[in-house]
Design a protein around this ligand. Sequence first.
Ligand SMILES: [Zn+2]
Length: 256
Amino acid sequence: MPGSWLYEMSWSEVEEYLKRDDRIILPIGSTEQHGKFAPLGTDTLAAIALAEDASAQTGVLIAPPLWFGWSPHHLVRPGTITIRAEVLIEVLYDIIRSLAKHGFKKFVVINGHRIVNISWMQIAAERAQRELKVKVVIFDPAYMSKGICDKLGFGPVGHAEEIEISHMVYKYPNLVKLEKARDYAPEEKSLYHVDPRDPRDTLCYVPSTEDDMKALIEASGDSITGRPTLSSAEKGKKYHEHLVSRLIEVLEMLKG
Ligand SMILES: [Zn+2]
């Protein structure tokens, strides 16, 4: 059973919902290249899949997904659409402001685009909490899966690596062409890392530049990092179910 989507309801149904609940899920991702083998919508689809399954079990409404994130470095490949960081902040704030006007008070923002969207989401969330007197929680799969990724034998977070691609293979198998995937392990940096499981600094990690991405293309032949060829639907299912249960915990925490 799919979750409850706001865009499928009439205004009067939303009004009824607000009499019994003030929570809403906002799935946000990106439209960004994920190698030759995975869809541009990977990050948004991941956020949608988590939102739908948590909504189906809790009845919490889902706002329309935001298909765009901050991805300027991925413009090196066709199809990527980026919005500027300041636009992401304003769009997210305006979505929350609109919904808050109707009576929604608790917002769970699912970030399908990992560390690169988080800073801007935090700025919008802090401003919304201060100015609109609402509660905003950011649910980031990379952070919320720290407890299970090692157990599943996943390597480090990269880009289109086996973690997010296992998730895609499980939830959207028709959109992944694994036979076209090639692994690529970039040279390790001694001080910084993108993976929240890594003891090196992750919060101070700064996303790649377009020049970095051009160098990656030169070195790897594609534009990804990690080991997508190790992706499996079975691991993707466990990863997904773990994240859905964490998301339900967050929604329960906000109940009432
Ligand atoms: Zn991704």
